[in-house]
Design a protein around this ligand. Structure first.
Ligand code: 0X9
Ligand code: ZN
Length: 314
């Protein structure tokens, strides 16, 4: 595992292997759990990073790779896991988080699509479910969640890039993720979903121009995260609600997570700003992951402060 190359993109077989090696090397704190099968019958597993504790802990959820071609996202999920595991014993901030929080990481949500980007079409976005009598493939999994389904910024035609599926949560991948998150929602403090590209930290909502009730706090925490990110490599991220600074979308995982009650729900659009777009060169993996790590830790700082600042025992 010492020789896993976090500065390269990896095909799914290597990511599966990495997951089992991580779980073996860090078996005191990491467990792997089955979420469900993809359309093409590949297992979806998440890693849980948890230190033994007597108290019930809160959950930070992060998924990467809901869009197949956004390769920097799965690379970040793996980087994040590595950073937490290599540093939790020595870094006081991370060890403090782990006393109260468990991390649930799904490195590749859209596995079938990810495989397809390695084997057939590097710029594939959607899942690989079959439609229109086998003449059309793929649902945009980030339009398939059960929130304002297919109302805006989504299409009911399979050939389109934003095809919302045949109904809310029609896809096995979104079913697996949403039923799991639903079952844990009372304990999840933060839902993070990693995309590229555009260099944005997005809050709800995508499906309406209305601002969520906690908008000001979401923006404040997001802006602090963008500052922490910028402090790493000078890179600028914009922070705002999805519909205001990007475009309208319905059925997105982030809006769904927020509306079932997960207070800190964000979409990250990682590097870059369009120079390479989805084809972000491997030499940018490390700086992208370093700055994104700083942003995520900043969000966790704020959540931690809010939940436990009055708790003398921490
Ligand atoms: O279109 C999307 O799903 C995301 N952009 S991407 O280029 N990565 O495909 C935007 C997701 C932001 N979330 C919402 N607007 N709900
Ligand atoms: Zn995306």
């Amino acid at each position: 595992l010492e020789n896993y190359d976090y500065k390269k993109y990896h095909p799914i077989e290597e990511i599966y292997k990495w997951m089992s090696q991580i779980r073996e090397s860090y078996n005191k704190v990491v467990t792997q759990h089955f979420l469900g099968m993809t359309y093409e019958a590949r297992p979806m597993n998440y890693l849980k990073i948890s230190e033994p504790a007597s108290t019930q802990k809160k959950i930070i959820w992060m998924d990467c790779g809901i869009h197949a071609r956004e390769w920097i996202a799965p690379a970040f999920c793996q980087w994040f896991v590595k950073e937490i595991l290599q540093n939790y014993k020595t870094d006081s901030r991370i060890s403090r988080f782990l006393r109260k929080l468990d991390f649930y990481i799904l490195p590749v949500l859209n596995i079938d699509g990810y495989v397809y980007t390695w084997t057939h079409d590097r710029l594939w976005r959607k899942s690989r479910s079959s439609h229109n009598n086998g003449t059309c493939f793929g649902t945009d999994l980030n339009r398939n969640f059960n929130v304002s389904w297919c109302n805006t910024g989504a299409s009911k035609n399979c050939p389109d890039l934003t095809f919302c599926g045949t109904g809310p949560v029609s896809e096995p991948e979104t079913k697996a993720v949403s039923s799991f998150i639903e079952s844990k929602k009372d304990d999840i403090l933060c839902y993070l979903t990693m995309h590229s590209y555009g260099q944005l930290i997005l809050t709800p909502y995508g499906y309406t121009q209305n601002r969520p009730s906690t908008y000001d706090e979401l923006i404040r925490v997001g802006q602090k995260a963008a500052e922490a990110l910028k402090a790493k490599h000078g890179n600028n991220y914009r922070v705002g609600s999805s519909s205001e600074i990007l475009y309208s979308t319905s059925g997105s995982s982030r809006d769904w997570a927020y509306d079932i009650g997960i207070p800190f729900s964000y979409t990250f659009e990682l590097r870059d700003n369009g120079t390479y777009g989805f084809l972000l060169p491997e030499d940018q993996i490390q700086p992208t992951c370093e700055e994104t790590m700083a942003a995520v830790l900043s969000i966790l700082d704020d959540i931690f402060e809010k939940e436990w600042s009055t708790d003398r025992a921490v």
